[in-house]
Design a protein around this ligand. Structure first.
Ligand SMILES: [Zn+2]
Length: 181
């Protein structure tokens, strides 16, 4: 029996190439809860801490849990299966393209994490080499859904840009300031 009486009322459709954890993280953000709370409330067993790496790297469940998830989100199991990530690659930080993360051409209001970014320890985008950044496993574990993770990423980038602007500011020569030799 499903712990939920009804399917989730609002479920985002997965974007093409989206990571399974990203999709779950967007749904959890919609309800303003953690991914762990979302799946626990639905009685679905999903290994969110695969090798201690956080929900973004979660694997698609199997068997009855997959059926339960498909029921909760009213999607065909094949559509969920299509998001299944490859086995963990052992990398300890995830590289991503900041530009492509935040500018989703299919829906500018819905950033998402690409499956391809789960496996690359180096530059994941040839179009925007200046936008390459990374998050650690600790960053993933510290933010409970995709919106929280994206807020962290945005704030961190703004902070770095203001620090860079501060370091590159014009500095007055000390002798000119005091006007003496
Ligand atoms: Zn890019």
């Amino acid at each position: 029996m499903h712990p939920l009486k009804n399917p989730w009322p609002v479920v985002h459709r997965p974007f093409r190439g989206e990571a399974f954890g990203s999709w779950l993280g967007r749904i959890a953000a919609r309800y303003r809860i953690g991914v762990d709370e979302l799946v626990a409330a639905a009685g679905i067993n999903i290994e969110l801490e695969r090798e201690g790496r956080g929900w973004l790297l979660a694997d698609v469940p199997w068997g009855e849990d997959l059926m339960r998830l498909a029921w909760a989100c009213r999607l065909p199991t094949a559509e969920i299966e299509a998001m299944r990530p490859s086995p963990a690659s052992g990398i300890t930080q995830l590289c991503y393209c900041h530009h492509c993360l935040f500018l989703n051409p299919e829906d500018v209001t819905a950033p998402y994490w690409k499956r391809a970014w789960l496996y690359t320890p180096t530059a994941p985008c040839v179009l925007h080499p200046e936008s390459i950044d990374w998050v650690s496993e600790a960053d993933l574990r510290a933010h409970r859904n995709l919106r929280k993770l994206l807020e962290f990423i945005s704030k961190r980038r703004s902070r770095r840009e203001s620090e860079r602007a501060w370091r590159s500011r014009p500095v007055l020569c000390a002798s000119k300031v005091c006007g003496q030799d």
